[in-house]
Each structure stands twice: as structure tokens, then as C-alpha cells.
Design a binder for this molecule. Structure first.
Ligand code: HXC
Length: 280
């Protein structure tokens, strides 16, 4: 990407100044995809507000490095990095057990692990479509199943990181659109099934978030139409891409006491973009 065709947000903070310090003291977050840009931003924000964390990524060394970086955000924080593929249900069970052994509990679950690439339907093999379904949808299911015994003990909260392209349809994204539609459906079902146990389940659907791998790939492949460069509000009513910190703010809200009665929603964090019909 040569430079922002639609302006980047000017701030690059962890989160807004809306939150009190230590609101998550004593809480533990378990996050898949935790070494990625958006999810590491979510975890960093929660840890800075008092939580400890376990993050899961496919590349063990990289995940441990990101965990160590996140831990620096608050003196005394513990952040563990695990190498684990969310397609491996047994491995997830082991990682959850190790998390509870080291951190004592799991209060918050973020299912953020995702795989994606841009391709036409004709460019996809059956295995290519299945691979994205397996990582994004089956992986989310595996993660919830592994964490559920712990979430029942803490009356925990679940957030799935989804997307908006399946609301309207989006070229080159059939596999990930189908997977994310399934993720939304999984969350809505869990909200009803687990609500009586005091567990909430919600979706955060980020739009175009600046400085992420997915966004850079998308712009590199499809570009941004010339008229949108001249008039960003045609694509996004707020006239800019989102920031990782703005996804973190939504996460803090849903996990905070202020979010205690919110269950079964998809909270779209896109500046109103998808409603324009021009969203990427
Ligand atoms: C067509 C492709 C392809 C491509 C892979 N495949 N890339 N087909 N076009 N660009 C096919 C392969 O040929 C193979 O099919 C099948 O997919 C599986 O590929 P593998 O490389 O064996 O799978 P794996 O090693 O498990 O890798 C998973 C992956 C990869 C999803 C394919 O891209 C990955 O690891 N991604 C993780 C990082 C990532 O995607 N980050 C972005 C997340 S952003 P055959 O038939 O040959 O066996 C995001 C939100 C999107 O998710 C936001 C957009 C705005």
C-alpha cells in the first residue's frame, strides 16, 4: 500500500480515555489469533486495564514474542503465548488447561483466529475454501468448546471477531464471508444457550482497520476507486479508516460492567461504512 487513499485515524492510543484504571484487575482473558494486529490490540488494552492474558497463535515463537511485548504495558502483568492451531481441538484443550494452571481462571474469551486470502470462487480449490472455514468457523467452535468449562465457573464473556462483508456480499471473499456468517450464527446461538448460565456471547465486526494485514492485502489487490480517494465519506461516513484502538474500545465496553446486559449482538465497528454499500 503506497499510502492511505482514505485517511488513517490520527490517534494511535491503546483505547479512548473513557475507562477507569484497573477495571479488569483479577480477570483473565484467553484470545486466539492473539498475535495478530487487531487481537493483540484488544488484549493489550485489557491487560493495561488490569487483566492477565493467554494468547494463542499458530507461530509459537512469534506468539511468545507478542505476549512478552503485551506484558510490558503494565508492570506486574502476566501474558502467556502458546503455539497452537485452532483446527486442533485436542491441542486447544491442553492450552486451556495450561492457562488455568498458570493464571487460575478464564473470564473473557476472544475468538479471533482467522485465515484469509483474496480469491475468486473459480480460483479456490475445495481445500482452499475448507481451509478458511476450518480456521475461522470450526476453529471458533473448537475454542469455545475448550473454554466452556472455565467460562461456566466464572460466568464469563465471549467475543467473536467477525466482519461485515457477509452483510452485503463482497467479491473475492466467498470463503471468509461464509465462515464469518457462520461465526455470527454460532455466537447468536450461544447467547441463548449460555445466557441462563450467566455467560454472554457477542460479535465485534470490524470494518476497514488501518495498518492490518487483511486491509493491506485488500487494498494491494483491489485498490481504492478514484472517486473514493477524492470523497472518502462515500465509502465511510466518518471519512477515514478505523484504528485498532477503536476495536479495543468496543472490546473493553462489552467485557466491562457497562456491557453486562448486552448478549447476542453484533457490534459493528466501521464508522458506518457497510451501510454506504461501498465498504471494502
Ligand atoms: C487461492 C489459495 C491461496 C490463494 C492458499 N490457497 N492461498 N488458493 N488463492 N491466495 C489454497 C492452497 O493452495 C491450498 O489448497 C489451501 O488454500 C490451503 O493452503 P495452505 O497454505 O496449505 O493452508 P495453511 O498453511 O493452513 O494456511 C492457511 C491460509 C494462509 C489461510 C491459506 O493464508 C494463512 O495461514 N493465513 C493466516 C494469516 C492470515 O490469513 N491473516 C489475515 C487474516 S485477515 P490446495 O487445493 O492447493 O491444497 C482476516 C480478515 C480479513 O481474516 C479482513 C479483510 C478486510
Amino acid at each position: 500500500m503506497s499510502g492511505p487513499s482514505v485517511p488513517f485515524p490520527s490517534e494511535n492510543e491503546l483505547y479512548s480515555n473513557a475507562w477507569a484504571k484497573d477495571i479488569f484487575k483479577g480477570k483473565v482473558v484467553f484470545c486466539t489469533g492473539g498475535a495478530g494486529t487487531i487481537c493483540s490490540g484488544q488484549v493489550r488494552a485489557l491487560v493495561s486495564l488490569g487483566a492477565n492474558a493467554a494468547i494463542v497463535g499458530r507461530r509459537e515463537g512469534n506468539t511468545k514474542n507478542v505476549a512478552a511485548e503485551i506484558a510490558k504495558v503494565r508492570p506486574g502483568a502476566t501474558v502467556i503465548g502458546f503455539g497452537c492451531d485452532v483446527r486442533d481441538a485436542d491441542a486447544l484443550v491442553s492450552v486451556v488447561a495450561e492457562t488455568v494452571k498458570q493464571l487460575g481462571r478464564i473470564d473473557f474469551l476472544i475468538c479471533g483466529a482467522a485465515g484469509n486470502f483474496l480469491s475468486t470462487v473459480e480460483g479456490l480449490s475445495t481445500n482452499a475454501f475448507k481451509t478458511v472455514m476450518d480456521i475461522d468457523l470450526l476453529g471458533s467452535y473448537n475454542t469455545v468448546k475448550a473454554c466452556l468449562p472455565e467460562l461456566r465457573k466464572t460466568k464469563g464473556r465471549i467475543i467473536f471477531v467477525s466482519a461485515t462483508f457477509h452483510y452485503t456480499g463482497a467479491a473475492l471473499q466467498s470463503h471468509v464471508s461464509a465462515a464469518k456468517a457462520g461465526v455470527d450464527a454460532l455466537s447468536h446461538t450461544l447467547a441463548i444457550e449460555l445466557g441462563p448460565a450467566g455467560i454472554t456471547s457477542n460479535v465485534i465486526a470490524p470494518g476497514a482497520i488501518a495498518n492490518t494485514e487483511g486491509m493491506e492485502r485488500l487494498v494491494a489487490r483491489t485498490g481504492v476507486p478514484e472517486d473514493l480517494k477524492k470523497n472518502p465519506s462515500k465509502m465511510n461516513p466518518l471519512g477515514r479508516w478505523g484504528a485498532v484502538s477503536e476495536v479495543a474500545d468496543a472490546t473493553i465496553f462489552l467485557f466491562s460492567e457497562a456491557g453486562r446486559y448486552i448478549n447476542g449482538v453484533a457490534l459493528v465497528v466501521d464508522g458506518g461504512s457497510w451501510r454506504t454499500g461501498n465498504a471494502p
